[in-house]
Write a protein that binds this ligand. Structure first.
Ligand code: GLP
Length: 260
């Protein structure tokens, strides 16, 4: 797990990384598509702003398929705060990509377990995730893998913690009772199979989670720690988010080949 502490814009750096990977991808018969896993959340808004800009400047998503990390259970797809709506508003409505290339879990499927199983299978059929982009919750969650989630979990239905519900209430007029209590999410085991992982973290609210990511031993109370054993994970953090990480860790984490 590598720390990329930056004074630059975290979304810009991450969008640049995606651009380079998509541009250098060579489509073959066996592996026709670059598989990109995409997050939602406040931190991701900047990322998409730059990705849209890159696409307007000529970046092509013709050979890309996307899989969103998660979706609320039971929230209508056209609800303004569904992750379907978030993705349309921030990315898909502004770039050239067909419906067939976009995959988002259906939180209103008649059988949620089957929906999760099929999603996992579909990722596998595309040859697995090439690049996973995520954010991080204040409690160290990735996608909707809350504290206590099994490190080998696959796509599943998850109960949200009160901490996450409270944090996400800002998107629901600050009203906790409007926030769904369950979600469908890729599992930590799904994420661990990705070839590369980028976790974006901005602001002081994320500093404690990043402290655990780098200074704690692996434990399921802090889901982010699963990535300590992933061979190519980059945590891209601004100064405020990286504030609780020790100097020693920062010295050992210097890695400059990130963008290329
Ligand atoms: C939600 C999402 C996560 C995201 C997290 C942090 O709970 N399910 O994927 O990483 O929020 O979001 P934000 O960037 O708004 O802090």
């Amino acid at each position: 797990m590598y720390l990329i502490e930056t004074e630059n814009n975290v979304g810009f750096l991450t969008a640049s990384y995606i651009k380079n990977r998509v541009k250098s991808f060579v489509s073959t018969k066996n592996k026709p598509y670059f598989v990109l896993a995409l997050p939602t959340g406040g931190t991701a808004i900047d990322l998409y702003k730059y990705l849209v800009k890159f696409c307007q400047e000529g970046l092509s998503f013709d050979k890309v398929v996307t899989f969103n990390l998660d979706e609320y259970a039971g929230l209508p797809e056209n609800h303004p705060e569904s992750y379907h709506s978030f993705m349309a508003k921030n990315l898909f409505d502004h770039i050239k990509i067909s419906k067939e290339q976009i995959n988002i879990l259906n939180g209103n499927a008649s059988n949620l377990e089957t929906e999760c199983k099929n999603y996992e299978e579909k990722i596998k059929n595309y040859g697995g995730i090439d690049l996973f982009i995520g954010g991080i919750g204040q409690n160290g969650h990735i996608a909707f893998n809350e504290p206590g989630s099994a490190f080998d979990s696959k796509t599943h239905v998850a109960d949200l913690t009160s901490n996450t519900i409270a944090a996400n209430a800002r998107f629901f007029d600050g009203d906790i009772s409007q926030v769904p209590t369950r979600a469908l999410t890729m599992g930590l085991g799904t994420i661990m199979t990705a070839k590369e992982v980028i976790i974006m973290a901005t602001g002081a609210k994320k500093s404690h989670a990043l402290y655990h990511a780098f200074e704690d031993k692996q434990n399921t109370n802090w889901p982010i720690t699963v990535l300590q054993k992933h061979p190519r994970t980059f945590i891209v953090a601004d100064k405020a988010a990286a504030a609780e990480i020790s100097k020693t860790t920062k010295q050992n984490c210097g890695l400059c080949s990130f963008i290329n």
